[in-house]
Design a protein around this ligand. Structure first.
Ligand SMILES: [Zn+2]
Length: 147
């Protein structure tokens, strides 16, 4: 017996079953244990891809919050917050692509995670000109104006 059997959708009826079953509980199709383990592993990876993508999304939001706050010249420390989250988002983007980029599955959560990853990538790219060109420009203009 497996202590924590992994669950996955039955390849025939799509109901959620687990890898200890030799026969689908819903449609009674015989489940090949090797195939079951493969599907369960893929499902587990898809679930991981989903939760990693939600961390990435949180980091991307945090990056934009820091970037927005850093437009206020009185709080220079948030500029470092922006730089830190900018690096974190890049690392998470690469890590997700390396770990899950080639996963072949039609799992809805995985497809959602993939879209979320693409959106984070676009937002990260957009943050480059805003964070490193417009932001310092605004900062210097404000400094010049208050002098
Ligand atoms: Zn079934």
């Amino acid at each position: 017996m497996i202590a924590n059997p992994r669950t996955f959708p039955c390849p025939y009826c799509n109901q959620i079953i687990n890898e200890t079953m030799t026969q689908c509980r819903y449609c009674s199709t015989t489940i090949d244990p090797v195939a079951a383990r493969l599907i369960a592993e893929r499902q587990e990876k898809a679930n991981q891809a989903y939760s990693d993508a939600s961390y990435l999304r949180t980091a991307t939001v945090a990056m934009y919050v820091f970037m927005g706050l850093s437009f206020i010249p009185l709080v220079p420390i948030v500029g470092w917050g922006f730089l830190a989250t900018f690096v974190v988002v890049l690392v998470l983007l690469i890590r997700w692509q390396v770990k899950f980029g080639r996963l072949v599955t039609n799992d809805a959560d995985y497809l959602r995670a993939r879209r979320s990853w693409r959106l984070s990538l676009v937002l990260w790219i957009v943050a480059i000109p805003i964070g490193f060109i417009i932001r310092p420009l605004v900062y210097f203009m404000l400094r010049a104006a208050t002098r």
